[in-house]
Structure formats: structure tokens, C-alpha cells
Design a binder for this molecule. Structure first.
Ligand code: ARG
Length: 461
């Protein structure tokens, strides 16, 4: 039996039993717990700490327990507190007292640190894969709409005309940073803590490098106290997840606005929209709204975790068990959100006429008029002033900038010539031909680069 109550005279209070148990949520670590135990048992055998034959029996028993859990036949018991004791206890039932040798040279403190690290390593790989899928959706939408013009906004006011593809590629850049954040954190996660024991290391001739190699870790922890109390890797994942969700939430906000009748720039595919229970005409952007809403809980989980960790004395404290629920929720929320969001983006359609006429907004070329004067030697600040007056005049006359006559232009500056009437949305866009700008030449190059990077990413099934 995996009993931890040898020194006690009384049974645990039943409410306390439930209160302190983590089996309700740490059962998702079972496969990592078993992998870790198998590697540990093999190492104990190889080092002669237990016999090779004992190690083999323990490994076989652990495989049986794993199969049982995978088949849904395992009975999780809250009186056994957590996943570690549940599995160990079942091992006793399978192979008898020999099971008691598995926990030699180990503590649940280094065990749970190991399990979480194995779990996070997997969660990083999946997050990266999904973010790349999201990139594919964004780049695909940009490629399919490469000629589409939209108004670019600042302060949510029409500012300058741009290509929709350029706007979408801004999200691609955010996603690229997200991917690299998840990649970068791997070096902090990919460290094997087993062998730290409860906090001080263990008095057995263990081979930590062997365990690390068995489990696919590239290094072992250098300090046993840090190894059992470090949860930085969870903070790093949670914070990268919070940033990624923030990006999706900004995109979500635009999708919500753009699919409104007021904008009418895009239509969300029926498969990604919901109806109203009362208003039959409604088509609601629930996916985008939920992505925006769920960002809050991912932030909350990050702050919760940081708050749990602050002021914790070294080394292990039970507070650390509180790392799990919020963290698992963050992983689930991030992955499900990115997946559904990518589907929504790759199926939405763009109303190019609507976006084009919005870009034909009466004063959207004001900067281009100022740039025209700058081209004729006027300092930019002065040109800004002149065009400001011109815009005021046009607004008063209820005319757009294109509708003003050359004489009207010349009333504001004698430098205006007939070709001022040639300014257009297309010219404005084409003119911004600097690296990183919205000119088609630049955007096509950026799209090509993005596509090449995506093709270069290995696809994991
Ligand atoms: N369920 C515990 C956790 O999640 C496992 C470690 C327990 N260690 C201990 N000393 N009580 O943190």
C-alpha cells in the first residue's frame, strides 16, 4: 500500500481528504507519471539499487496500469490523494510488495516536477503546430485577397488606404513571434529534475543522465532545491499563451467589427457563426467573441500562478499543487481557441467592393496631398497645415478631396498643379514602396517569404 500516514494515530478528516486531493485534475498526468516511473525503475535496476529482474517486473506492472487507465478501467481514488499515489497503489495490487521498491531514491516532489515538465514539453509542441496552422489560415486568406484594398485605421478612424493582405500579414508577424516564444521556452522546460528527491538529492548511486536520456531530456537540473520548487516554465508557457490570446483577441475584435452590417467587410462562414434564439435574422460571430472573452481567463490563470509562487519559501510547499488547474485550463483554452479560430479565418469571405468603397473615403488621401507639397519643397509640417485648411474647406463645402477643382487647390498653395487631381487610392498604396510598407510589390514579397517559411515548417500529422 502507498500509505503516507505511518506516523499518525488518526485517519484524515474526510473534508480535508477531499480538500487536499489533486486526483480530480492531475490524472491527466498519468502517462507522464508512468513514463517517468519506468525510466526511474530501469535506472534503479541498471545501477544495482534494485535487481534487474525486479526492475523488469515493476516496468511490466506499470505498463499494465497504463493500459488499464487508457481503457478507462482504472478506478481513481481520492483517498489516494494524487495521480502518483493512485498509480503506485495500483502497482501494489498488480505486483505485490515489490511495488514498494519503485519509490526508492525518489520523492513525489521531484516526481511531480518531472511529470509537469514532460506534460509541458508536449503542450509546447502542440501549441507551435496549432499556431502554424493559424499562420497558414492567415497567409491563405491574404493570398486569396491579394488585390483587396481596405481603409487602414488609427483611432478606429479611416487613416490611409492599405492592402488587406498587408493588414493580415501584421497578424502573421504576431503569430511568428508567438511561435518563437514557445520555441524559446523549451530550453527552460527541457531539464530533467528526477534525482533531486524531496529537496536535497538522494543517497543512492543513481544515474540521472540515463533517466534524462530515456525520457528525451537534453539536460539535468543543477540544483535539487531549485528543481523541486521551480515552476518558471509554467509561468513562461502561461505568459506566452496570454500574449498569443491577446493577439487572437485583437483579431477577434476586428472580425466582429468587420462582419457587422456597419462595416460589411467580411462574412463569417455559416459553419463558424451562431444564430439568435429570438431574432431570426441574426448571424453572430460567437467564435470571435469567445476568443476575445477567453483571453481574460488565460490572463487570470497567469496572474493566479504568479501570485501562488510569490513568497513561497524553498523548497516544495503544497501551494505548488495549485499550479495545475489554472495551467491545464490555459493549455486547453489556448489550443481549442487557436484551432477553431484558424478554421474561422480560413473560411471567411471578403466583400472587396465594400472595403474598396470604404477606402474611397473623402479625406483618406489627405496625407498624400501633404506628401505632394513636400515633393515640391514644402516642409512637411507646413504642408500638414495647408492640407488641414484644405480639408476644413472641403468639409464645409461638403466635397471630397477629389471633387475640388485645381483653382480651389491653388487657393491654398500655388504649388498645386493639375496633376494633384491624379492622386488616387491606388497611387497612394503603390507609393508606399518601402520595406515593410503596403505597396503591392512589398506585400507580394512578404507573402512569398511567409509562404516559403510555412512550406519549410515540417508538418506533424
Ligand atoms: N499532488 C502534489 C502536487 O501536485 C504532488 C506532490 C506532493 N508532494 C508532497 N510533498 N505532498 O504538487
Amino acid at each position: 500500500m502507498s500509505d503516507t500516514r505511518g506516523r499518525f494515530e488518526k485517519e484524515m478528516n474526510e473534508k480535508v481528504e477531499t480538500y487536499q486531493a489533486s486526483i480530480f485534475f492531475d490524472r491527466r498526468l498519468f502517462v507522464y507519471d508512468i513514463y517517468g516511473s519506468i525510466a526511474h525503475a530501469k535506472m534503479l535496476g541498471k545501477q544495482g539499487i534494485i535487481t534487474e529482474q525486479e526492475a523488469e517486473l515493476i516496468v511490466n506492472g506499470l505498463q499494465m496500469v497504463r493500459e488499464e487507465i487508457e481503457k478507462g478501467e482504472f478506478e481513481f481514488k481520492k483517498e489516494l490523494e494524487d495521480i502518483h499515489l493512485n498509480i503506485e497503489n495500483r502497482l501494489f495490487e498488480k505486483i505485490g510488495d515489490l511495488a514498494g521498491k519503485l519509490h526508492t531514491a525518489r520523492s513525489r516532489n521531484d516526481q511531480v516536477a518531472l511529470d509537469m515538465r514532460l506534460y509541458v514539453k508536449g503542450a509546447i509542441v502542440i501549441a507551435i503546430d496549432m499556431l502554424i496552422e493559424m499562420e497558414r489560415a492567415v497567409v491563405g486568406l491574404a493570398e486569396d485577397n491579394v488585390d483587396v484594398v481596405i481603409p487602414g485605421y488609427t483611432h478606429l478612424q479611416r487613416a490611409q488606404p492599405i492592402l488587406l493582405a498587408h493588414h493580415l500579414l501584421a497578424y502573421y508577424e504576431m503569430l511568428e513571434r508567438d511561435v518563437s516564444r514557445f520555441q524559446d521556452m523549451m530550453k527552460h522546460v527541457d531539464v530533467m529534475p528526477l534525482g533531486s528527491g524531496a529537496l536535497a538529492g538522494v543517497p543512492y548511486p543513481i544515474d540521472r543522465e540515463f533517466v534524462a536520456k530515456e525520457l528525451g531530456f537534453s539536460s539535468i537540473s543543477r540544483n535539487s532545491i531549485d528543481a523541486v520548487s521551480d515552476r518558471d516554465f509554467l509561468v513562461e508557457y502561461s505568459s506566452a499563451a496570454a500574449v498569443a490570446m491577446m493577439h487572437l483577441s485583437r483579431f477577434a475584435e476586428e472580425i466582429i467589427l468587420w462582419s457587422s452590417q456597419e462595416f460589411g467587410f467580411i462574412e463569417i462562414d455559416d459553419a463558424y457563426a451562431t444564430g439568435s434564439s429570438i431574432m431570426p435574422q441574426k448571424k453572430n460571430p460567437d467564435v470571435a467573441e469567445l476568443a476575445r472573452g477567453k483571453t481574460g481567463r488565460v490572463y487570470g490563470n497567469l496572474i493566479g500562478l504568479l501570485t501562488t509562487l510569490k513568497s513561497l519559501p524553498l523548497a516544495y510547499n503544497k501551494d505548488l499543487q495549485e499550479d495545475k488547474e489554472g495551467f491545464f485550463d490555459t493549455v486547453d483554452t489556448l489550443l481549442s481557441t487557436v484551432e477553431v479560430f484558424a478554421g474561422m479565418v480560413s473560411t471567411l469571405t471578403v466583400n472587396a467592393d465594400r472595403t474598396r468603397s470604404a477606402a474611397d473615403s473623402p479625406y483618406i488621401l489627405a496625407t498624400d496631398v501633404a506628401d505632394y507639397l513636400v515633393g515640391r519643397g514644402v516642409p512637411f509640417r507646413e504642408a500638414h497645415q495647408i492640407v488641414g485648411n484644405l480639408v476644413k474647406y472641403a468639409v464645409d463645402k461638403n466635397k471630397s478631396l477629389n471633387e475640388l477643382s485645381i483653382e480651389e487647390y491653388q487657393n491654398f498653395s500655388s504649388l498645386f498643379e493639375k496633376d494633384i487631381c491624379d492622386i488616387s487610392v491606388e497611387k497612394s498604396i503603390n507609393g508606399r514602396n518601402v520595406p515593410g510598407g503596403t505597396a503591392p510589390e512589398q506585400v507580394e514579397a512578404a507573402l512569398k517569404l511567409a509562404r516559403e517559411r510555412l512550406n519549410g515548417r515540417e508538418k506533424r500529422g
